[in-house]
Design a protein around this ligand. Structure first.
Ligand code: BGC
Length: 442
């Protein structure tokens, strides 16, 4: 009954509440008269509004966000888009804090990892236990994922997807022209970068935000120190690991890497960097697989027009970043129902497929059929399961999965200052890293 839907939406936009409620009543009576099946009745009986804060604003990400919006609207609810541009979500989190402090948080917000606990402590989150019990989330989700979605044992968030952060994207045409070979080790990576640079290409497409520098940094940590060293550094924040010789090597490699980025990187968003690989200006990009959303939006095919390789030296590891929507307490019963419908819909197999095909990630449901997905996503799912069994899954620091936002901010400061200062000393940087983390963690 599409005509009921669109009429209904127009009325919901009416500014006058009295008109609105009388038109809603009329509509309900109409729905009872017209619809005899429960399918017709349920969308109207549950109609509410969900305001969703996210930062999926690049062309590829926006296509993925659209699938969520359509799903909410198909259930008869109104989608209120609260998109805050800026990769990595720093700007979005600032805006969210302002809204929450003024007592007016949205229904749902893209909040991830340990930050969920910080928000839980403020007492602002709604519990989704009933929806989770109905949907058997405890059985459906990997236990490590389910645990992150709970605050004090209650579900307060729903996971959307699993992104892998340790990817290297390459343009095979550019590699061919430069006579470069796809790298599997860090030495090979630098050898390929030299060839690309010598042939006049930008070897490494990169932007300039701290989270992008942090993404390079964590890939180097994983490559040089392995999953155990990575966890010791970012999760346990162990002094000996943070200041040790391997961390000094990581900063030395980061400095070297800086030499392969073009002079115009300042202020560049990650998706603009991806477009440099897409259009053949650059040979490589180190980025999580949301970058794939841009290749897909540009109709580029994985394995043909571009290649995804696990970041050199991390082939057996999986650096994960799970997007999740956290739900805030709402006083309006209809909006609460809409919020629950949103949570329910996110784990629906059809949504998991459509959203993740557009987003570049893999479904968070491990029972998902991967046949419709591209070669990169299929490898990602295989590697996720293998890393999970082998204990080589690590949480992304730069994408808020490993540490609190305070510790993350401290790491970003040290890494970005180091990255932008050609004379910075790797030994000193490692010492500063520990000092900054220690101060932030108190
Ligand atoms: C989010 C992704 C997003 C990316 C770039 C990450 O932190 O988890 O969903 O696509 O930032 O904005």
């Amino acid at each position: 009954m599409p005509w009921i839907d669109s009429d209904y939406r127009k009325r919901r936009l009416a500014p006058n509440n009295k008109n609105r409620s009388s038109s809603m009543n009329a509509l309900r009576r109409l729905s009872v008269a017209v619809c005899l099946s429960s399918f017709c009745l349920s969308p109207l009986a549950h109609a509410g509004e969900v305001e969703v804060l996210h930062w999926w604003t690049s062309p590829g990400e926006a296509r993925a966000a659209e699938t969520l919006k359509k799903l909410v609207q198909a259930k008869g609810h109104t989608w209120k888009d609260f998109a805050v541009a800026g990769g990595g979500g720093e700007a979005a989190m600032t805006v969210l804090k302002t809204r929450a402090v003024s007592g007016n948080p949205p229904a749902a917000a893209q909040i991830k990892g340990p930050d969920i606990q910080e928000w839980g402590q403020l007492g602002l989150l709604a519990d989704l236990n009933q929806v989770a019990a109905e949907g058997k989330w405890d059985q459906l989700l990997p236990p490590q994922v389910a645990q992150v979605m709970k605050y004090q044992g209650d579900y307060v968030a729903v996971p959307v997807n699993v992104h892998r952060v340790n990817w290297l994207y390459i343009n095979p045409d550019v590699f061919k022209k430069a006579g470069a070979t796809p790298p599997t080790t860090l030495d090979e990576f630098f050898a390929a970068a030299d060839k690309l640079k010598a042939a006049g290409f930008v070897a490494l497409a990169h932007g300039s935000q701290p989270w992008q520098d942090g993404t390079l940094f964590e890939n180097l940590v994983l490559s040089k120190m392995g999953p155990e060293g990575y966890r010791k550094a970012f999760v346990e924040q162990d002094k000996a690991t943070l200041t040790g010789p391997q961390m000094v090597e990581v900063f030395t490699a980061l400095k070297k890497l800086r030499g392969y980025i073009d002079a115009d990187a300042a202020g560049r968003e990650w998706n603009v960097a991806t477009s440099m690989v897409i259009n053949g200006k650059a040979g490589m990009q180190i980025m999580g697989d949301w970058a794939k959303s841009e290749f897909t939006a540009a109709s580029k095919v994985a394995g043909k027009d571009y290649q995804c390789l696990p970041f050199p030296g991390t082939q057996k590891d999986f650096d994960y970043n799970i997007d999740s929507l956290v739900m805030f307490k709402l006083s309006n019963a209809e909006n609460r129902k809409a919020q629950e419908d949103l949570a329910r819909a996110v784990l629906d197999p059809a949504f998991q497929k459509d959203f993740n095909l557009a987003k570049g990630s893999i479904p968070v449901r491990l029972d998902a059929d991967m046949a419709p997905f591209d070669a990169c996503a299929q490898q990602s799912m295989k590697d996720f399961k293998a890393a999970s069994a082998a204990g080589t899954l690590v949480p992304s620091m730069a994408h808020s999965m490993a540490a609190s936002s305070y510790v993350q901010g401290a790491i970003f400061d040290v890494v970005t200052n180091f990255f932008n200062d050609a004379s910075a000393d790797p030994q000193k940087a490692a010492q500063q890293l520990y000092a900054a983390i220690e101060a932030a963690a108190q």
